[in-house]
Design a protein around this ligand. Sequence first.
Ligand code: NAP
Length: 305
Amino acid sequence: MAQIYDRVALIGLGLIASSMFWAMKRAGVAGEVTGYARSSETRDVAREIGLCDRVCDSAAEACAGADLVVLCVPVGAMGAVAAEIAGALKPGATVSDVGSVKKAVIEAVAPHIPAGVHFVPAHPLAGTEHSGPRSGFAELFDNRWCLIVPQEGSDRAAVEQLERFWQALGSNTDEMDAEHHDLVLAVTSHAPHLIAYTMVGVADDLRRVTDTEVIKYSAAGFRDFTRIAASDPTMWRDVFLNNRQATLEILGRFTEELFALQRAIRTGDGDHLHAYFTRTRAIRRGIIEAGQDTAAPDFGRATKA
Ligand code: NAP
């Protein structure tokens, strides 16, 4: 595949950045890839495993001369990192990010982007419950969506170049505005994570069911909640603090529906329960038909590394 950027800088070297690096290498779309993480431990691991062509000891050094700079740090850290690199950005470069929330990240980052530098926020809808530089793999973005969130007055050529880049990494791309992005993600990702955290937290509190029983007999629904609830605490704290309005709105709706189901159970309203579960089953079928998950009973885990 043809090269899309001569120089790419990854700031933050966790799951998403490391997956991007391996996917870039697989596709051959970047000349040199530089990387920076705040801790020397992470930089040492990156050097040890060959993550990035060059690991730098400052964010500014990693960004110098880069055509694309991607901020791959938790949402709450984006603004401070943008301030740190602002002076090192090359005129004509594109700054992007991979944050799970868009409106708050744009508000935090945009004021630091110098004139002549393009800011094109993005969010790859792909992840796992693992984090850190060793957790990435080239296939993470394959057949997943990457949402691009152009800003008013964004340079079309810069936006389209970033879209081609994500497509080369395996993703499908779509454009969306920040507010709508945050609402969509509150429904599809943020609220479900909070519910999983709660469910696992509740089970953890149930003293009539012993810890070993919870683990031993968790073959069905609970096991899948535990996978989601094992996600990185820093990342998810920042998601909720920064997508407050949309997640609270969806959680309000969720609570109302939960009460309705609770009432149906108490009053023995089987029709309500059956109709509800029939509707939800159709949503699951739609996700499989759209190629966004596997119908395998173990979610395809047995065949994945
Ligand atoms: P990760 O594996 O935990 O890596 C985070 C990286 O950010 C690490 O290199 C860490 O540095 C650095 N970092 C953490 N706090 C920082 C701070 N206060 N200042 C500067 N750097 C800091 O995270 P990730 O899963 O790759 O997530 C990165 C971004 O992608 C987040 O914005 C997240 O919302 C978004 N995202 C995540 C997923 C997912 O499922 N994981 C999916 C899509 C998008 P050290 O290693 O030196 O501590």
